[in-house]
Design a protein around this ligand. Structure first.
Ligand code: ADP
Ligand code: MG
Length: 268
């Protein structure tokens, strides 16, 4: 049984506080969804968890099975069992997916040929064109192929905890279903714990969450069962924004963001 434990996490970028105190525990086999409006800090949370350079943790703690992640580099966090499916997967010219996965798995003591077989089997499971396995990582791939690619990496590497940053963005319905189903199966097959960041409920129909959290202005302002996602789909975040208005600095920023939002209602 693994456990990702986030306690009082405050973090920011370029001197700005973006996460204003996050508490969250994700255990093996659990699926937690994080929903929230644009700019609430969802991607920042995923970046801070994985250790993207440029983000500063100013308070709090993140541990995976007792290991302090904040002090580790991203590859060390990956070896500790954390995985990030990126909102915008990066293109790596000249490096093939199959070589990346083989290197990662061998570094963890798995035999290379076992990994190759597994890559092919997983590609077939999620409908990822095997011809793409030996091409440059993500280069010239469609949005759907990139997300299938992220899912394939997750399935082969078998992390303890996966953070999915908008796995559903840029995906058609078929690819979404294939990816979400594969990840849902992983929660049973190897006890994967999932932190699924999303705007939309549709990801959660396949990837059935145990808990749904609402992130507004860098804080979790509500948590509940799957019905919370249905409610948000109907009513939006309006009810939670007013709660965030009372939580200090983060709220001031949310208001400032609204003012600079080109799509904001000028009469609001
Ligand atoms: P979400 O994923 O919930 O839409 P983000 O975590 O991407 O939100 O962004 C939260 C806030 O932090 C936004 O106001 C965004 O402009 C700001 N932000 C994120 N990354 C940076 C950065 N590298 N430099 C400056 N501001 C940033
Ligand atoms: Mg985001």
């Amino acid at each position: 049984m693994s456990e990702l434990r986030i306690e009082g996490l405050e973090a920011g970028v370029q001197g700005r506080t973006i996460l204003a105190g996050i508490d969250l525990i994700v255990r093996s086999g659990e699926v937690h969804a994080i929903m929230g409006p644009n700019g609430s800090g969802k991607s920042t949370l995923s970046h801070v968890l994985m250790g993207k350079p440029g983000y500063r943790v100013t308070a709090g703690k993140v541990t995976l099975d007792g290991v302090d992640l904040i002090r580790l580099s991203p590859w060390e966090r990956a070896q500790a069992g954390l995985f990030l499916a990126m909102q915008y997967p990066i293109e790596v010219p000249g490096v093939a997916l199959v070589d990346v996965l083989e290197a990662a798995a061998v570094a963890k003591g798995r035999p290379a040929d076992e990994v190759r077989n597994r890559v092919e089997a997983e590609a077939e499971r999620i409908g990822f064109n095997p011809a793409l396995l030996t091409r440059s990582l993500n280069v010239d791939l469609s949005g759907g192929e990139k997300k299938r690619n992220e899912t394939l990496q997750l399935a082969v590497l078998e992390p303890k905890i996966a953070v999915l940053d908008e796995l559903d963005s840029g995906l058609d319905v078929d690819a979404l279903r294939a990816c979400a189903r594969r990840i849902e199966r992983a929660t049973q097959e190897f006890g994967l714990g999932v932190l699924a960041i999303t705007h939309y409920r549709r990801l959660l129909t396949e990837l059935r969450p145990d808990v749904v959290h609402v992130l507004v202005a860098g804080r979790i302002v509500a948590s509940g069962g799957p019905e919370l996602a249905d409610e948000l789909e109907r009513t939006g975040y309006a009810a939670y924004r007013s709660e965030a208005d009372q939580v200090g600095e983060g709220a001031d920023r949310a208001k400032a963001d609204q003012r600079t939002d080109p799509f904001a209602d000028p009469f609001a």
